[in-house]
Design a protein around this ligand. Structure first.
Ligand SMILES: [Zn+2]
Length: 415
């Protein structure tokens, strides 16, 4: 038991592999397309029907009850530029293996499904090459517009539409209607490992605020401009980087996470006082009040940098991901389904965003975690032990089995 999953995971991990043991499969690149073609072939060998929708989401469907909606089980195959091989890909492959086990149960007469099953690889979860993140699931859930998303460009001006076409996944298929959704993912934190717990059942997500900011200065000669005449965009931007870090000191340790994750200096020449810096600030907290206070403080810092007169600061876009709950009925269903397998579980929040965060607002959704060694993620050193991967497949299969049989008609959760 288990070896076919590990062999498949090793094969998938070789696509877009980096020398440091990770992968580079950014959305819509050739390597991403290769990984997705590998999955389509896998679907073909295991009797799942591939469907690609307009937003580039890839589904592998099994229809037992014609006309009935589907349980969607999956995650994402795209990655950050130098990423670990587990983030997203694990959840897609775990769902594929769960689907095949469940199909065998149905064929053996051990499971009578009330609905159908689709494995899903959501397009561009990571948002590394094309922004925003959670793109494909956002279109599926109706929070993003398909036309707008297809027109989004990467840093080189390539649109999502072109990237999907070039990578072989420009789809026109109708995505399966969802009755419920389930996603399994590596924790990307160290709680499960520290507690020796096999599976996390997610009850809610941290709240997040993201800002795209431009600091505007004035381009001049580093060797010939008097200090009094300089309008140095990089000095203003650097103050904001430090401000983001210092914000975290206003709260109890662990209450606020803050970073500038992207920073672009223009024109970025050794002898030019920078004209413009673009930076992305990312603030997260478990507590909405903390995030709101941090937001106010950041706005005050921005006003102070802007008000000093050397540079101007514009906020080009700002978004809020509210903290919302996963439906309790789904949490309880998952706990019961995991208990049957003999694995341990605990309730927890997700700090990172996931496609299931979108899904849970439109259909009953369950999110599960497996341990991540040292909590390392978005890093080639990301690691989850084989035994933990296999436990996750077992848990996911059991949860999906119940979702196929039981109607979760209750609340979708809420804020
Ligand atoms: Zn992920």
């Amino acid at each position: 038991m288990g070896e076919p999953f590990l062999a498949d995971f090793a094969a998938l991990s070789r696509i877009g592999a980096t020398p440091g043991g990770g992968v580079d499969r950014q959305a819509g690149t050739a390597e991403h397309g290769k990984a997705r073609r590998w999955l389509v072939e896998w679907f073909g060998r295991h009797g799942l029907r591939p469907v690609v929708d307009r937003a580039g989401n890839l589904f592998g469907t099994v229809e037992w009850v014609p006309g009935r909606p589907y349980v969607l089980a999956g995650s994402h195959l795209d990655s950050q530029p130098t990423a670990g091989r587990f983030d997203g890909a694990y959840g897609v492959l775990a769902a594929a293996h769960a689907a095949v086990s469940l199909r065998r149960e149905v064929e053996a007469g051990d499971l009578v499904p009330a609905r159908n099953l689709a494995v899903v690889d959501w397009f561009n979860e990571e948002g590394a090459r094309f922004s925003p993140s959670l793109m494909g699931s956002g279109v599926y859930c109706g929070t993003l517009d398909a036309d707008a998303v297809l027109a989004v460009t990467d840093a080189r001006g390539v649109t999502v539409e072109e990237a999907l076409r070039d990578s072989g996944f420009a789809g026109t298929g109708t995505p399966p209607a969802a009755a419920a959704a389930v996603e399994i993912h590596i924790e990307q934190g160290r709680t499960l490992e520290d507690e020796g717990c096999a599976i996390g059942v997610v009850t809610g997500n941290w709240t997040a605020r993201k800002y795209a900011i431009t600091v505007h200065g004035d381009q001049s000669h580093t060797g010939a401009t008097h200090m009094a005449d300089r309008r140095d965009a990089l000095v203003g931007a650097s103050r904001l980087v430090l401000a983001a870090r210092q914000l975290t000191g206003s709260f109890e340790p662990g209450q606020l996470l803050a970073s500038v994750g992207r920073f672009t200096v223009e024109p970025n020449s050794p002898v030019v006082v920078p004209a413009r810096v673009r930076l992305d600030v990312d603030l997260r907290s478990q507590e909405p009040d903390v995030l709101e206070k941090a937001h106010q403080q950041l706005m005050a810092e921005i006003a102070a940098v802007d008000g000093d007169g050397e540079v101007r600061v514009s906020i080009d876009s700002a978004s809020v991901r509210p903290s919302t709950a996963y439906p309790l009925e789904g949490v309880e269903l998952a706990e019961a389904a995991i208990a049957v397998t003999g694995l341990s579980s605990r309730r927890m929040l997700t700090m990172a965003g996931h496609d299931s965060v979108n899904l849970k607002d439109v259909v009953p959704t369950v999110m599960l975690f497996v341990p991540s060694r040292n909590g390392i993620s978005h890093n080639e050193a990301e690691y989850t032990a084989d035994a933990d991967l296999l436990n996750g497949v077992t848990a996911l299969t059991s949860v999906t089995e119940r979702l196929l049989a039981i109607d979760l008609a209750g609340d979708l959760g809420g804020t």
